[in-house]
Design a protein around this ligand. Sequence first.
Ligand SMILES: NC(=O)c1ccc[n+]([C@@H]2O[C@H](COP(=O)([O-])OP(=O)(O)OC[C@H]3O[C@@H](n4cnc5c(N)ncnc54)[C@H](OP(=O)(O)O)[C@@H]3O)[C@@H](O)[C@H]2O)c1
Length: 263
Amino acid sequence: MDLGLQGKVALVTAASKGLGKAIAWELAREGCRVAICAREQTTLDATAEEIRHATGAEVLALPCNVTQADQIDRLVASAQARFGRIDILVNNAGGPPTGSFAIFDDAAWQRALDLNLMSAVRLCRAVLPGMKERGWGRIINSTSVMVKQPEEGFVLSTAARAGLVGMAKTIAAEYAAAGITVNNVCPGYTLTDRVRALAESRMAAEGRSYEEVLADYAAEIPAGRLGRPEELAALVVFLASERASYITGATIPVDGGYCRALL
Ligand SMILES: NC(=O)c1ccc[n+]([C@@H]2O[C@H](COP(=O)([O-])OP(=O)(O)OC[C@H]3O[C@@H](n4cnc5c(N)ncnc54)[C@H](OP(=O)(O)O)[C@@H]3O)[C@@H](O)[C@H]2O)c1
């Protein structure tokens, strides 16, 4: 299937590792020029080089902490200066701490909102005028399956991401006639460094092996295994494509059947 992505320009945030990296990689493979960001430069540069080498695509590595408004402005300006425009924005970020509701004060809530909601608000605000002018754009927010099926301990993440889904649904309607689609993808448990770290903290707390903890996660998933980052990336690339021109305002899980909700 020709996805029509050759020559498009994509900005993928939080993409030196894990889900963001897989998304940037697949977009590059489809012929996009890709700008990626993360906070730590060495891994970011290594990832950009890895993707360039594997795909032959132009990959621009720009350090940026997406919680900082001024850094987002610089990120978008640098990507536009190099590539002339941004056609596809993939909003991804790190995850906030887990824990019960009672332990988080206002500062913790504000950090989570800056990380998983305001980053996307600011990035959308920066790229939408150009997309509207050109009559074409794709925005894909990577959220979590917990926006459909909340789970104990993830209150900061779920509340911030639910806000993002609300924003996306609203602006999807506002920009649909301008040829811009806005969608959310919802990763379920997917094997990345973040999930390895969550598993390691459970190992320490519960005195069990890594394999036992991963088997616990897998037992909750009808597919019987955790996801692979490229399985989320495949959906993102499709939503970014010409072929997905009539899909907007959707919130789609990639979770091996984990979410039991009807909608
Ligand atoms: N993996 C899963 O099963 C899963 C499921 C549902 C939702 N999620 C969510 O998906 C997102 C990505 O998770 P992942 O599993 O891919 O994590 P990961 O493997 O730990 O990768 C996180 C990436 O985000 C970057 N990053 C973190 N904070 C950032 C910031 N403030 N500004 C810019 N870049 C930042 C990291 O680089 P630096 O540290 O250098 O900045 C790294 O490149 C997280 O929000 C996570 O909560 C993951």
